[in-house]
Design a protein around this ligand. Structure first.
Ligand SMILES: O=P(O)(O)O[C@@H]1C[C@H](O)[C@@H](CO)O1
Ligand SMILES: Nc1nc2[nH]cnc2c(=O)[nH]1
Length: 282
């Protein structure tokens, strides 16, 4: 387990990044597996690798680049893109997983957009659909693995943050409206089950999640969202559906890691189009 990152560490990281960058972002984007496409439309790019920033380890997931890209979208908004994230299953302390979110806040970000690759549970979903996250069930949090466990530093936020409207209602409405305007009828609105991984689910895991109202399942996002709300960011999140639950005991497997990246890569242009429109309307 890596060391715990405290407020002063985040300040040091932000000072380092700001000493090298001229962009002052108001929107933060976390790119999930295969969802780095927004970078292609960013102008005036400034890039810093996680491994160059004090206190941050490199990500261990091959499809996650491990860098921040700062720059300007065609609409003029300045953004900070986290290309690659830390996952709980990599063995990181929770404070590492959420450190980039806390950095974003100290750098001036107001709106946080989280993306991920997820398995579709809802049988009306298709591979390649995008799901705007309405709410989540955060299983690691139930089991005592919230990023907010431990001494609370008030500079990050209050001890008992209410998260009733975690995935901000107004932002979700705006995102869904943008999807409609763009004619993206494959954009859904559903419930994300966040599990620890790294193993995928058994048939009965999937049946349990589905019965309890979950539409998609993945291994990230919820802790980052909670941490974002704790520190005062407005949060919106979406999943790219990379595979689909097949409820049959005859099927050998319904998901494989390489396929997840491949499928999401194919849908990237849609995700970045949607994000570009959404950010231009913030
Ligand atoms: O970072 P995300 O949530 O997109 O990554 C998902 C979850 C696992 O890392 C991996 C499993 O397929 O993809
Ligand atoms: N836990 C989990 N994570 C995923 N990420 C992409 N697909 C899946 C899936 O089916 N299950």
């Amino acid at each position: 387990m890596s060391k715990k990152i405290v407020y002063e560490d985040i300040q040091e990281m932000v000072e380092f990044v700001q000493s090298k960058m001229t962009i002052r972002p108001t929107v933060g984007i976390v790119c999930g597996t295969g969802l780095g496409g927004i970078n292609e439309v960013i102008n005036d790019k400034e890039i810093v690798k996680f491994s160059d920033i004090p206190n941050l380890p490199q990500t261990t997931v091959t499809s996650h680049a491990g860098q921040f890209v700062l720059g300007r979208l065609p609409c003029g908004k300045e953004v900070m893109v986290q290309q690659g994230r830390y996952h709980f299953y990599e063995g990181h302390d929770q404070s590492i997983i959420v450190a980039p979110i806390r950095m974003m806040k100290l750098m001036g970000v107001e709106t946080l957009i989280l993306t991920n690759a997820a398995g579709g549970l809802n049988q009306s979903y298709s591979i390649g659909d995008i799901m705007v996250i309405k709410d989540h069930i955060y299983f690691p949090g139930f089991a005592g693995n919230s990023p907010l466990v431990g001494p609370n530093d008030k500079r990050f936020g209050e001890r008992f943050p209410p998260i009733y409207n975690l995935y901000d209602r107004e932002l979700r409405k705006k995102m869904l409206k943008c999807a409609e305007q763009l004619g993206m009828d494959f954009v859904r609105h559903g419930i994300y089950a966040s599990v620890a991984g790294p193993h995928y689910e058994t048939i009965f895991d999937m049946r349990f999640l589905l019965k309890n109202g979950c539409d998609a399942v993945g291994m990230s996002t919820s802790g980052e969202a909670i941490c974002g709300a704790h520190i005062g960011l407005k949060v919106v999140a979406m999943s790219g559906v990379s595979n689909k639950f097949v409820d049959s005991e005859e099927v050998e497997n319904f998901v494989d890691g390489d396929e997840v990246t491949q499928v999401v890569n194919n849908g990237v242009s849609y995700v970045s189009k949607l994000l570009e429109r959404f950010i231009s309307e913030l």
